[in-house]
Design a protein around this ligand. Sequence first.
Ligand code: 6XA
Ligand code: ZN
Length: 343
Amino acid sequence: MKTIYNAAHSLHRAAHEFFRGEKVPAFEKPERADWVLAAVQRTNLGEIIAPAPHGDGPILRVHSKPYVDFLRSAHAEYLALGGTGDAFPAAWPIRGMRSDVEPKNFAARMGLYSFDSGSPLTAGTWAATRAGADCALTAVDLLNAGERSVFVLTRPPGHHAGRDFFGGYCFLNHAAIAAQALRDSGCARVAVLDVDYHHGNGTQDIFYDRGDVFLASIHGDPMTEYPFFLGHADETGSGDGLGANLNIPLAAGSPVESWFAALDHALSRIEAFRPDALVVSLGVDTFEGDPISHFKLKTSDYPGIGERIAQLKLPTLFAMEGGYAVAEIGDNVAGVLQGFERA
Ligand code: 6XA
Ligand code: ZN
């Protein structure tokens, strides 16, 4: 399996984040990708290649133009206004307020285009996530050229980023950009399987009313787990998308057996959808040692995920999402990919 590696990931380097309101050292740090890259090399997964530039067109198929324009220039604007370090939002348009009018004020626009304070916007955030989008699009090109599977190794992650908002460390939704690009290059139906500990609310936001992209997400129950305000089982899609959204929330602390039963259920629903290609939002914060999550998978469980996904026999794109137990995420990610390759 080829890996498309985003060498620009390290441009996104935050000193701190706000974790449930408390200022803490950033969990989402460059070492994450370094360890995964080392594991990909150590296990001889396959060639590691650089992304080819693809322009903004495919990004704008998924994200709104005002949002992309804001993201591109936000940090420079923050500095020009006298800001220092990383930028954080501090005010949001909550229920009953207007989100259809873009204010002029920078802090107001930070709030308009975000949903949490846990996602530092740094000087290099745009360059890093923009290169991540190119990685995802390069991976789509490889699938279209006949590769069976590809791995997009990038950070910051993407699955919390919606059509016009960032949050949960995510700015551009690389998995969604890839799914849309697969649709636009001839796949009639595409499935997204999100195995990250956290609900893929951004991906759900983007595809919720569409019947051509099926999303299955297995995640910590939003009643107690981030992102809290989306990811319940009764969210099944709307309009043309009714039935094309499957959320499987599991209680924090759920046993590994429940997680794999959920995976089997998600895979059977994906199979019934008869997609032409699969995008996997590959987070490994389901690991028992993850510092911000509460499932119990062990390193030895990860190859089984890849083996089961491979049974779908679909062109498959894996996109890196969360996972913060830095020393183990390399083995856990490589385990999934090797399991897929062996099956
Ligand atoms: C709260 C936790 C953000 C979770 C990010 C993540 N700041 N998403 O791993 O998949
Ligand atoms: Zn996560």
